[in-house]
Ligand binder design. Structure first.
Ligand code: HEM
Length: 245
């Protein structure tokens, strides 16, 4: 989850559980997430929520405008248009994040998590931590192995949603990019067994993403309570609190 980790002050104002204000030289404030990193996180988050909302409507159009003699009120088309526009925001955000993960110098901490993921001792300690048996293991990277696996799965689902989404897209928009992508997307569509299955797969992947979001939020709250470093606050303010000893 993290990319930058810059030390600021080592002595911070400290408010203890009873509300007493004092100085605690053992707790320091570190910049955990840069502004760019936080913006990207929230752009991904809001685009996913909007795609789920519009996607549900495309699947089951629960409200329809009152029928009139005028050829207006194309509510379904409006939802589809917004779904596609936000779909391209989502594609850009996922491609940027993937590029940064693989190539960016600043993201070396994220890539280091691969070493933890292939280490069975870290796995055992991480499971022990979630079962409240032992302390959190020391990690080389910024993601614990279970977290890293969950993110890998998420990106696999995200790329599958993009491919299936683009196949659906070339069938509803035939100019510009739609025309350019038509032939290659049709080939993938045939490989996947036809348009009906592609639409079904796109829909099922949404449920995978919903499950990921629920677990992601649950773990964030869990860490906020048990690690007490300001995990949730950090993705808004950028700052985490770390023990210096
Ligand atoms: C988090 C990502 C996404 C979610 C959760 C999502 C969800 C959905 C859902 C639930 C449907 C309805 C499927 C059905 O009929 O049962 C749908 C349709 C569709 N999606 Fe997505 N989608 C996502 C990303 C994308 C992307 C990246 C594109 C590419 C531009 C895209 C393009 C489309 C198109 C063109 C349709 C069909 C519209 C129609 O049939 O008229 N989606 N999406």
């Amino acid at each position: 989850m993290s990319s930058t980790h810059t030390k600021s002050a080592t002595i911070e104002q400290h408010i203890d559980i009873e509300g007493h204000v004092g100085i605690d030289e053992h707790i320091g404030r570190d910049l955990e997430y840069s502004a760019a990193y936080r913006w990207q996180h929230w752009i991904r988050a809001f685009s996913i929520v909007a795609l789920i909302a519009t996607g549900f409507y495309i699947a089951v159009p629960v409200i329809t405008p009152a029928a009139t003699n005028e050829p207006t009120n194309f509510l379904y088309a409006l939802f589809r248009t917004w779904h596609i526009i936000i779909g391209f925001v989502f594609i850009s955000a996922i491609l940027l994040k993937s590029y940064l993960f693989i190539f960016a110098k600043k993201h070396v901490n994220e890539r280091a998590a691969l070493k933890d993921m292939i280490n069975p001792i870290v796995w055992a300690k991480q499971i022990g931590f979630y079962l409240l048996i032992n302390k959190h293991p020391k990690l080389k990277g910024v993601y614990n192995p279970m977290q890293f696996m969950a993110y890998l799965l998420f990106y696999l689902m995200a790329f599958s949603l993009i491919i299936t989404g683009l196949i659906l897209y070339v069938h509803v928009y035939h100019e510009g990019l739609g025309a350019f992508l038509y032939e290659p997307m049709r080939s993938v569509e045939v490989m996947l067994g036809g348009l009906a299955f592609v639409r079904e797969l796109h829909h099922m992947l949404m449920w995978g993403v919903i499950l990921f979001i629920l677990i992601h939020i649950y773990i964030a709250v869990y860490n906020a309570i048990f690690i007490r470093e300001g995990t949730i606050d950090a993705i808004i303010s950028g700052v985490k609190w770390h023990k210096r000893v």
